[in-house]
Design a protein around this ligand. Structure first.
Ligand SMILES: NC(=O)C1=CN([C@@H]2O[C@H](COP(=O)(O)OP(=O)(O)OC[C@H]3O[C@@H](n4cnc5c(N)ncnc54)[C@H](O)[C@@H]3O)[C@@H](O)[C@H]2O)[C@@H](O)CC1
Ligand SMILES: [K+]
Length: 211
């Protein structure tokens, strides 16, 4: 059977329906998203000696922080590079950040050499990206791509429009993309083919009533 393919707008509506109408707590979905990434990288033969999570300020960054905490608690050497305006953290991101701080997960804000890491997890932007990535964030994306290190993208490679597959300014080139709930149109069209790597769809408990 062909997988169901959705736009960013449809996915946002399904997230909202699952959280607000069904009553599934958003934190449960985020934890399942993070656990699905952990299971995929554990099975994928990646070198987990030194892992860098690049996290943005939205819920995609929240996924990244949850992944960082789970890896940290497994004794893996993990560091978070938190990028963007910290005054604009989403509610879930703030919660995940506070938990990470209590567990003393290493968190930094400045871009160093991405070649120091054996695996980079891209949690900068997900389906909420609406405009070109610019400035320090764009610089990070370009440096990550230039590092030639393995990259696992959380939900979608940051910089790809989840609906059109267009590159908004600059976009991560991933080896593997783990996308949640349903396949996004933007992972299958436009500039996606050179950016997404192997695409894996993971069920995290988001169900759209019409499917
Ligand atoms: N709703 C939920 O509870 C869940 C969300 N999930 C994750 O959340 C992601 C969506 O999260 P968000 O909607 O917070 O969005 P993102 O985390 O994709 O984007 C973050 C924020 O960045 C801002 N932004 C957009 N373009 C920008 C640009 N070029 N430069 C700077 N800032 C920019 C937007 O205003 C947005 O609020 C999904 O892709 C998925 O990874 C999953 O954890 C599953 C559950
Ligand atoms: K991402």
């Amino acid at each position: 059977m062909e997988p169901t393919v959705v736009t960013a707008q449809q996915m946002q509506a399904y997230d909202k329906y699952t959280i607000e109408t069904i009553g599934m707590p958003s934190a449960v979905l985020m934890e399942r998203a993070a656990l699905s990434v952990i299971a995929t990288i554990a099975a994928g033969g990646f070198d987990l000696s030194r892992v860098l999570i690049v996290a943005g300020t939205g819920n995609n960054g929240g996924d990244g922080l949850a992944i960082a905490r789970l890896l940290h608690l497994k004794g893996i050497d993990v560091k978070v590079l938190l990028l963007g305006d910290e005054r604009k953290l989403s509610k879930a991101n703030k919660e995940q950040l506070a938990i990470c701080r209590k567990y003393q997960v290493k968190i930094g804000h400045s871009i160093k050499d991405f070649r120091d890491y054996t695996l980079i997890i891209d949690a900068l932007f997900g389906i909420g990206l609406t405009r070109d990535i610019t400035g320090k964030l764009s610089e990070a994306v370009k440096k990550i791509n230039a590092s030639n290190q393995p990259v696992v993208a959380v939900d979608i490679p940051s910089g790809l429009d989840a609906t059109t597959g267009k590159i908004l300014g600059s976009a991560i080139r991933a080896n593997t993309t783990i996308t949640f709930g349903y396949l996004k149109v933007g992972l299958t069209v436009g500039d996606a083919s050179k950016r997404v790597g192997k695409v894996i769809v993971k069920d995290i408990g988001i169900y759209a009533p019409e499917f």
